[in-house]
Design a protein around this ligand. Structure first.
Ligand SMILES: [Fe+2]
Ligand SMILES: [Fe+2]
Length: 370
């Protein structure tokens, strides 16, 4: 397997920027780039018309799980947490500290993005099933975001969530695009957290921050959020056939490529956990692709050599683009335009690769057994 583009820290710094104070941290959360998590809004009337009757039995079981709220007491820091922060954080190198802060800020932004979207849908719909689901998911995401924010505050870098909600721009997605994108990001979120948790369970000496001890029960929330969107999509099978298969392909690839490029801006973070970014990402892709068979009739071939080479190339192009941006002037502009075009071309090649086909299972629900 080829290692994605050799990244030295100058490249990392170009790509992720540095956070020195709370103003930088807040600015980073507000900024929208190709790689940063976004905030979404949607067509609430269409959300109101969703009908989950075709999956009623599975839906009701899932609602009972949400009601049971087995993580209600989970997001509390214990005494050991503060002690570990006090001992471990001064040991981080400045470079590692930047990558870890980038990880915390982007994780917080995507948790909070879910919180806002689910809350807005909750407020705007009357449909009792959708309203109830959104209430539960917003509850979970708000806990997740708050818990990460406490860790940022340890660095005096807390994000003002009210301000972020007011100032970050929103991207409109039709409901079906919300389902594809959010389903994937919930399941990827699960796969990312569980992969880190299992790795650090085996290698506790590499657990450089206590927050990772929380990831196992945490990621079960994300898994369940993904299950909810799987049920909604399976209740509306027209979303899973015809031209929509092309959209599903597009979203899988877009979500995978974004994650891959973004993760390759944090080589030290993965190294500290005993991973290599490429290896970590392919493990996350594998878990996500396995899970997504519950709902998507098509699957991207993550082992295809052209897929792997294309992902590596996207990382190289994003470094070249950041360098051109730093260079500035006309040459910088030409460089940025050229790398952007090449990235579109590379993405197009990946999109045209043959996909694998899946027969959807009769039982939709899955258990988080990874
Ligand atoms: Fe979450
Ligand atoms: Fe979630």
């Amino acid at each position: 397997m080829t290692n994605a583009a050799a990244l030295d820290f100058d490249h990392v710094e170009l790509l992720i920027g540095t956070v020195e104070n709370a103003a930088d941290a807040n600015a980073k959360a507000v900024r929208n780039t190709v790689l940063s998590p976004r905030f979404y809004t949607t067509d609430f009337d269409a959300m109101d018309k969703l009908n989950v009757e075709p999956v009623r039995a599975e839906w009701d079981t899932m609602m009972k799980e949400y009601e049971g709220d087995n993580n209600h007491d989970h997001f509390q820091r214990d005494a050991a947490f503060a002690e570990e922060v006090r001992v471990l954080m001064p040991q981080l190198s400045p470079e590692m500290r930047q990558e870890f802060l980038d990880f915390l800020i982007s994780s917080l932004t995507s948790e909070f993005s879910g919180c806002i979207l689910y809350n807005e849908v909750r407020k705007h719909v009357k449909n009792p099933d959708i309203k109830q689901l959104m209430t539960f998911m917003a509850r979970d995401e708000s806990r997740h975001a708050g818990f990460i924010n406490q860790s940022l505050r340890d660095f005096d870098l807390g994000i003002d969530l009210g301000q972020l909600k007011r100032t970050k721009s929103y991207t409109f997605f039709k409901p079906k695009f919300i389902f594809y994108a959010t389903y994937l990001s919930e399941k990827i979120g699960y796969a990312r957290y569980i992969t880190i948790y299992r790795q650090l369970e085996k290698n506790p000496d590499k657990r450089f921050h206590p927050i990772f001890r929380w990831f196992e029960r945490w990621c079960n929330d994300e898994f369940r959020h993904g299950e909810s969107f799987a049920l909604i999509m399976r209740a509306h099978p027209e979303l899973l056939r015809g031209v929509n298969l092309l959209w599903i392909r597009f979203f899988i690839l877009a979500v995978y490529a974004t994650m891959y490029v973004r993760d390759h801006t944090r080589p030290l973070l993965h190294e500290a956990m005993g991973f290599e970014s490429t290896e970590y990402d392919y493990e996350v892709f594998r878990i996500t692709s396995d899970i997504a068979r519950q709902v998507f009739p098509v699957e991207v071939d993550i082992d295809h050599p052209v897929f792997r080479a294309g992902m590596t190339h996207l990382v190289e192009l994003s470094i070249a683009n950041a360098k051109a941006k730093e260079r500035g002037g006309v040459m910088g502009l030409i460089g940025r335009a050229s790398t952007a075009l090449q990235a579109v071309y590379t993405f197009g090649r990946l999109y045209l690769l043959p996909v694998k086909k899946n027969e959807l299972p009769a039982d939709i629900r899955m258990q988080p057994t990874w």
